[in-house]
Design a protein around this ligand. Structure first.
Ligand code: FCB
Length: 446
């Protein structure tokens, strides 16, 4: 057994998102979001589940803050529901929505937990979808106005801001595959949504800089660690293409390198180029303070005779209920790659976690062994990447508690705390005890 110590000052947190936990969708003037609409369309969400109640965090947030304090959580990443604050996306402000987040932020600070706030975790106000959502350039201005409003209101207490959560997912699944809200399947809508999401990010960062707010701002991307299925040079080339169409598509512009040439060509040849206007790429490249990294797994890549030139190869590791491989080495490996690729940025692991659907046993204990084992593996890899010089300063476990897992409804459990959806009781799992111990010792034995 070796003790893997994390650097002094390393922060341990948990992450959630508004639509996945809050519930109370019609309360206190909250506007309708694209997820409220989507969940009501037959066949969109497994079991017809909705976020109407979710974990009822809107009413139980004090209990949840106590739960976090009890585990020793040092920082809490959550998202603001844009439509609680601006029910129609822009214009009229809903004071009750702002007041809810005031209470949450204050409760966190009273317990010594640092808030880390995501501005957009997929719940676009429906009124903005009605004008085309992220395909409409004016939504980028609405986002900048919303950002200014919340920086002004919470900037005295919130010092860590994340503009967007996983633009590849909400654009790709929302506008290309249609598997997530708003459920559109259109390549041209996708290329517009990608560019406008990044532009909105850049505009919000500019607002933050120009307003002189204290604290730091960055973006969170979704990542997969791509690995070659074999040693052939064509396979190595296919891996680079996979990185272009995923990682570099969103990191490149933010780090001032523009869109990958392969992706630009792909969209241009299909008559749906990115709708870039003069000055856009400079706005998107406005320097950030950190990179938010979400990572859950890896994918094996092989060359393919399709429009993009690569495809996933059959998995070789055990599969988790979400369908992806149990690949604990992927976190450290990705961090090393991204750190090298982009000149050693400051990194926060804004999400990492495990789907483990273990239920309480007869005595009510939830012994989620797969999560415990993989969590240890992820953290050992991360620790080694830090020892090699990657500048990682915080780690957020997804998620505090089981919650509404988007198109999978409540069928996938990611919490270190079990949510009983009948009673809404929260039951800390064995992984929560383990995580509390890791936090106490600022490291782990493995
Ligand atoms: C990420 C999302 C988060 C959650 C986890 C499991 O892609 O950001 O909301 O669904 O996956």
């Amino acid at each position: 057994m070796v003790f893997y110590a994390f650097p002094e000052g390393f922060q341990w947190g948990v992450a959630t998102a508004a639509y996945q936990i809050e519930g109370a969708v019609q309360e206190d003037g909250r506007g309708v979001t694209i997820w409220d609409t989507f969940v009501r369309q037959p066949g969109r969400v497994l079991g017809g589940d909705t976020g109407d109640v979710a974990c009822d965090h809107y009413h139980r947030f004090r209990e949840d803050v106590e739960l976090m304090a009890g585990l020793g959580i040092q920082t809490y990443r959550f998202s603001l529901a844009w439509a609680r604050i601006l029910p129609f996306g822009r214009g009229a402000v809903n004071e009750a929505g702002l007041a809810f987040y005031d209470r949450l932020v204050d409760a966190l600070l009273e317990r010594g937990i640092e808030p880390a706030v995501t501005l957009y975790h997929w719940d676009l106000p429906q009124a903005l979808q009605d004008i085309g959502g992220w395909t409409n350039r004016s939504v980028t201005d609405a986002f900048a106005e919303y950002a200014k409003l919340v920086f002004d209101r919470f900037g005295d207490r919130v010092k860590r801001w994340i503009t967007l959560n996983e633009p590849i997912v909400f654009t790709g699944e929302g506008y290309r595959s249609g598997r997530m809200a708003p459920g559109i399947r259109d390549l041209g809508a996708y290329s517009r949504a990608v560019h406008h999401a990044l532009l909105a990010h850049g505009k919000a960062v500019r607002v933050f800089r120009e307003g002189g707010y204290a604290g730091e701002i960055g973006i969170t991307n979704a990542n997969t660690f791509y690995e070659p299925a074999d040693d052939a040079p064509e396979t190595a080339a296919a891996v680079e293409l996979a990185r272009d169409f995923d990682t570099r598509l969103f990191h490149g512009p933010v780090f001032g390198r523009g869109y990958p040439a392969s992706v630009v060509k792909f969209f241009a040849e299909r008559g749906v180029p990115f709708p870039i206007e003069a000055g856009d790429m400079a706005v998107i490249a406005t320097p950030t303070d950190f990179l938010g990294v979400n990572l859950y797994s890896r994918a094996l890549i092989q060359p393919a005779n399709n429009s993009v030139g690569f495809a996933g190869a059959p998995p070789r590791l055990p599969l988790l209920p979400m369908g992806y491989e149990a690949a604990p080495h992927s976190l450290g490996a990705f961090v090393r790659w991204v750190s090298k690729e982009y000149g050693r940025p400051r990194i926060y692991i804004t999400e990492n976690g495990v789907c483990d659907n273990t239920e309480p046993d007869a005595s009510g204990v939830v012994d989620d062994r797969t999560r415990q084992e993989l969590l240890r593996g992820f953290l050992v890899g991360l620790n080694e990447a830090i020892a090699e010089g990657c500048d990682v300063r915080a780690y957020y476990q997804w998620s505090l508690m089981d919650n509404f897992e988007w198109a999978f409804g409540y069928s996938k459990r990611f919490g270190i705390v079990y949510t009983d959806y009948g009673t809404l009781a929260r039951i800390p799992k064995r992984s929560a005890e383990m995580y509390a111990e890791i936090i106490r010792r600022n490291g782990l034995e493995a």
